[in-house]
Design a protein around this ligand. Structure first.
Ligand code: NAP
Length: 276
């Protein structure tokens, strides 16, 4: 029988996960299929219990379900997803267990481009869902994470929660950005600024950047955001957002199947779907 995988969310019809995972499934010759399912916040508990009862191979969770999953008494989150406060991957092999692979995805995408970030000063723009995953993951590998968020209080709360598990993290306001960037090794944009349709927006402009910097924008629509265009012009190295998506999916696939899927095939499927 064909094994079923999927992504639960609402809305979910624009998710790139089905094309990405189905490309990997085909390349590996597996008898399986990955589908998108529209599931509401209220329906998540029933949907997960149903998927478990029907023998699903595993599911991803997206908006608005990642945080909701932690409120379900039967789901066992691992330490990282509990700290982040969000689950994006559920596995059914040994109970119903939750993981968060967004941070690993970002870390692999970045380290592919610039090597280990241990000991590096990383300015992280944002303190929303994606930034939380990145802050926990980057701090866990020994990066020094400097959070800059529009709502400073939210950034401070994130810094406190990562520090409480031993990470080297501090939070700042936008006024400190210039000074922080002067001595930074990496800049990560984990805000939605620059995303379609407001593609002309950027928090950081080229005059604040230097050639030694690696600039990673996790926004992948468009692939080359205004920030990345300005970074390129300033001589900085750039990292586009699609590989974070690919690697978070690849890590979920590995958790479900024990097999590391072909990331080049998944990347091609994502770029085709984006029309790049
Ligand atoms: P989120 O939880 O809604 O957080 C949004 C963040 O953006 C917050 O820090 C918010 O600051 C900031 N922000 C929004 N508008 C702003 C503005 N005009 N000026 C300054 N800051 C602003 O969203 P998310 O889930 O973290 O996603 C953020 C982005 O990452 C989205 O574009 C998403 O598509 C992308 N993403 C990419 C991947 C990938 O795999 N490449 C994965 C996840 C997300 P406040 O706290 O002040 O509101």
């Amino acid at each position: 029988m064909e094994e079923v995988f999927g992504v639960f969310g609402d809305p979910v019809e624009h998710s790139l996960s089905p094309v990405m995972h189905n490309a990997a499934i085909s390349a590996l010759g597996m008898k399986a299929r990955y589908h998108a399912f529209r599931v509401s916040r209220e329906g998540l508990g029933d949907a997960l219990l149903g998927a478990c009862a029907m023998g699903f191979g595993g599911v991803n969770l997206t908006i608005p379900l990642k945080e909701r999953a932690l409120e379900l008494g039967f789901l066992e989150p691992d330490a990282l997803s509990r700290g982040i406060g969000a689950v994006n991957t559920v596995d059914f092999k040994d109970g119903i267990r939750g993981f968060n692979t967004d941070g690993v995805g970002a870390l692999r995408a970045l380290e592919d481009a610039c090597g280990s970030i241990r000991g590096k000063r990383v300015v992280l723009l944002g303190a929303g869902g994606a930034a939380r995953a990145i802050a926990f993951q980057f701090a866990s590998v020994g990066a020094r994470v400097l959070i800059v968020n529009r709502t400073e209080e939210r950034g401070r709360r994130l810094a406190e929660s990562v520090s409480s598990v031993g990470g080297a993290v501090e939070a700042f306001g936008f006024a400190s950005l210039g000074e922080l960037l002067d001595s930074a090794h990496v800049l990560v944009n984990a805000t939605s600024v620059g995303m379609h349709p407001l593609v002309n927006r950027t928090i950081v402009t080229g005059d604040m950047l230097h050639p030694g910097l690696v600039v990673f924008d996790i926004v992948y629509n468009p692939l080359k955001t205004r920030l990345l265009l300005e970074a390129e012009a300033a001589g900085a190295r750039i990292v586009t957002g699609e590989m974070m998506l690919v690697y978070q999916g690849a890590e979920a696939f590995r958790i479900w199947t024990g097999v590391m899927p072909p990331v080049d095939v998944m990347k091609r499927a994502v770029l085709d779907a984006l029309g790049v």
